[in-house]
Design a binder for this molecule. Sequence first.
Ligand code: SF4
Length: 59
Amino acid sequence: MALKVDLDLCTGCGLCAQICPEVFEMGDDGYSHVISGADEGLPCVDEAIDQCPVGAISR
Ligand code: SF4
């Protein structure tokens, strides 16, 4: 499964990009996006999944 952010759920709080800036970035649309080519296996990805307040990150 590919790592993804559900844009219908994401509130744009920015927490995941703070926790794991190697993988998540805030887009011009105000929502989080997975950085192309990022290492989705980094431990901080799991932390971001756990910490997202609306459960928008999945894989
Ligand atoms: S932590 Fe969740 S709600 Fe906040 S920006 Fe990231 S994906 Fe969106």
